[in-house]
Write a protein that binds this ligand. Structure first.
Ligand SMILES: [Zn+2]
Ligand SMILES: [Zn+2]
Length: 267
């Protein structure tokens, strides 16, 4: 079977991705409802009850809105940092008056790798306006996969984590010009553009044309804004920056979508 990655949903209305090896299947973020997660998995021929664990990047609603119901239904462990857990449970308590209970909760710390089944997970800090946000790399069966969305810019510490990856899922959130002239209130525009906001097409392109090692077979552009981006703008910016390095076998650019799951990428 090998390693595969399937982005179930990506964008400000919900994020969720499956990373799996032959024997372990991880759900990274639970930002769409349990029902929708099950629906999208079943449509791809996957059994939701075969998931091994849920990992959470940060407590923003578009990454956790389905978490409580999914964890209760599947009875599998949920992994997040202690600080993210505090922020998440505080937000739910403030909304419902009750602290949420997760039966199987496991804490990790940014910068400290751990194993779930045969997958080695490395969480790393990303610059974003959440309590303790992380991206992840996953290693199994000789392959390396990285997921890094929701970051205001790409610091050297993140660039380092992205070396040697076979598959990159990276944020290409907005086109700067569309954001500037778009309908968002000024305060929201400032937040998105800030060092703890979201990565623009041009900031990602800058990474591709400077620091990127060109190693990946696939690059998935993710967390695209529906308001301030267009899939073709994101694709063009990435492909232009990658220009000489795209071959049949390397650096194929794919787009993650909000409304439907991507075809699984298999190695
Ligand atoms: Zn976020
Ligand atoms: Zn997000």
């Amino acid at each position: 079977m090998g390693v595969s990655v399937e982005v179930l949903a990506s964008g400000s209305r919900g994020n969720s991705t499956i990373v799996q090896s032959s024997s372990t299947r991880l759900l990274v973020d639970a930002g769409i409802s349990c029902r929708e997660t099950f629906k999208r998995m079943k449509a791809a021929g996957d059994d939701p009850h075969s998931l091994s664990a849920i990992l959470i990047t940060h407590e923003h609603a578009d990454h956790v809105s389905g978490l409580l119901v999914l964890a209760r239904k599947l009875k599998i462990p949920v992994f997040m940092t202690g600080t993210t857990h505090q922020a998440w449970s505080r937000a739910l308590r403030d909304a419902d008056g009750e602290r949420p209970q997760l039966d199987r909760l496991e804490f990790f710390s940014s910068g400290h790798s751990f194993h779930i089944g045969d997958i080695a997970v490395m969480p790393f800090t990303i610059p974003h306006d959440a309590a303790d946000p992380v991206g992840f790399t996953f290693r199994a069966e000789g392959m390396k996969v990285a997921i890094a969305t929701d970051l205001g810019y790409m610091p050297a510490s993140v660039r380092d984590q992205l070396r040697g990856c076979d598959l990159l899922v990276l944020e290409s959130n907005h086109d700067l010009e569309m954001l500037r002239v778009g309908s968002y209130p000024w305060a929201v525009k400032q937040r998105v553009m800030s060092r703890v906001g979201h990565l623009s097409n041009s900031a990602l392109a800058e990474f591709f044309s400077t620091d990127y090692d060109g190693h990946a077979s696939y690059i998935v552009l993710a967390h695209l804004s529906e308001e301030n981006n267009h899939p073709e703008l994101a694709r063009n910016a990435a492909e232009k920056a990658l220009s000489g390095r795209r071959t049949l076998l390397h650096n194929r650019v794919l787009l993650a979508a909000q409304a439907e799951a991507m075809q699984p990428i298999r190695f």
